[in-house]
Design a protein around this ligand. Structure first.
Ligand SMILES: C[S@@+](CC[C@H](N)C(=O)[O-])C[C@H]1O[C@@H](n2cnc3c(N)ncnc32)[C@H](O)[C@@H]1O
Length: 278
C-alpha cells in the first residue's frame, strides 16, 4: 500500500495481478513510495522528459505532401525535471544489485553517465542506441535524418555478478526497430516501440523481478513487463496517457520481434553448439 505524505492511502488508477499504475507527479509519488519500496526495485526502465521541446512548428507545405513537423512534445518536456532530480529518488528504491536504464537526449547523456559514476558511485555498463529504420525526414535540404535515440544502462553493483540475464545470449549495444506503428500506436509524441523495451527488459531483468517506470507515458514498459512476467509499478502525470495504457492492456497486442543482427546470431549459435558439446 502506498501512503501519501499526509497518511492517506494512494490508490492505483489501474492494476493487474502483476502491477499497479499511479496517476500523479512522480517527483512526489517516488517520495511517498519510499517506505514501501526502498531497496526492492530490480529494474528502473524509463523514458523521462528530455527537455528538448520547442514551441516552433516547421511547415512542410503542400509540395512535400507531408504533415508539419512538430517539436512541441508537451508542457511536460519544457525542462522542469532533469535526471539530476529524479535519479536519486529511484536510486533509493533500487536493490543493491539493481539496474537503471533510461533513454535521454544524446548531447547530455555522456555528462549524466559521468555524474552517475562520480556522484552516485554507480557503474555505467553501456550507452546504447536505438536505431530507427524509418526515421522522420528533416526539412528541405537537410538530408541527414535523426535515426538514433540513446539509452544508458547503469548498475548499483560496480563489480561483476551484476543483475544481467546472460542466458538470453549475445546482444549488441544497439536495437534496430521501426518507430511505433499500427495497432501499437497511440497519440503520444514520444512513444517507444514495445520490441525495443522488451530487449532491454529481457537482458537486464528476470521473470518475477520488480520493474519501475516513473514516466510511464502510454504504458509501454508496463505492458512489456506484464507480457514478460515481471512485476511492475508505473507513474504517469497525464490522465490522457494513462487512458492509453488501460486501452493497451485491454487489447492484448503482441510484441513484434526486433530485427536481429547477423554477428549476434552467429555468436549465439556458436555458444549453443559449445553448450551441447560439453
Ligand atoms: C518521454 S514520455 C514517455 C513515453 C513512454 N515511454 C511511452 O512509450 O509511451 C515521458 C512521460 O513522462 C510524463 N511525465 C512528465 N513529467 C512527469 C512527472 N512529474 N510525473 C509523472 N509523469 C511525468 C509525461 O506525461 C510523458 O508521458
Amino acid at each position: 500500500m502506498v501512503f501519501t505524505h499526509y497518511g492517506a492511502v494512494m490508490e492505483p488508477v489501474f492494476k493487474t495481478s502483476l502491477g499497479k499504475l499511479y496517476l500523479g507527479d512522480s517527483m512526489k509519488l517516488l517520495d511517498d513510495m519510499k517506505d514501501e519500496l526502498e531497496g526492492k526495485v530490480d529494474l528502473v526502465l524509463t523514458d523521462p522528459p528530455y527537455n528538448i521541446s520547442k514551441k516552433a512548428k516547421i511547415k512542410m507545405g503542400h509540395k512535400w505532401k507531408r504533415k508539419d513537423l512538430n517539436y512541441d512534445f508537451g508542457e511536460w518536456d519544457y525542462g522542469s525535471i532533469t535526471p539530476y532530480d529524479w535519479v536519486p529518488k529511484v536510486y533509493d528504491l533500487m536493490t543493491d544489485n539493481g539496474v537503471l536504464i533510461f533513454f535521454y537526449e544524446k548531447r547530455e547523456i555522456g555528462c549524466i553517465a559521468k555524474w552517475l559514476e562520480e556522484e552516485l558511485d554507480m557503474k555505467v555498463r553501456h550507452i546504447g542506441a536505438m536505431i530507427k529504420t524509418n526515421p522522420t525526414p528533416q526539412v528541405m535540404k537537410v538530408k541527414w535524418m535523426n535515426g538514433l535515440e540513446f539509452f544508458l544502462i547503469a548498475t548499483k553493483n560496480k563489480k561483476s555478478g551484476h543483475h544481467f540475464n546472460w542466458k538470453e545470449g549475445y546482444h549488441a549495444d544497439y536495437i534496430v526497430t521501426s518507430v511505433v506503428q499500427g495497432r501499437e500506436r497511440y497519440p503520444h509524441p514520444t512513444q517507444k516501440p514495445m520490441n525495443a523495451i522488451a530487449v532491454l527488459m529481457r537482458w537486464w531483468s528476470f521473470p518475477g523481478d520488480l520493474v519501475l517506470d516513473p514516466f510511464a507515458g502510454t504504458g509501454t514498459t508496463l505492458y512489456v513487463a506484464e507480457k514478460l512476467n515481471r512485476r511492475w509499478i508505473g507513474i504517469e502525470i497525464s490522465e490522457e496517457y494513462v487512458s492509453y495504457t488501460v486501452d493497451r492492456f485491454s487489447k492484448n497486442i503482441p510484441i513484434r520481434s526486433e530485427k536481429t543482427n547477423k554477428l549476434v546470431e552467429i555468436m549465439n549459435k556458436r555458444d549453443a553448439c559449445c553448450d551441447q558439446n560439453t
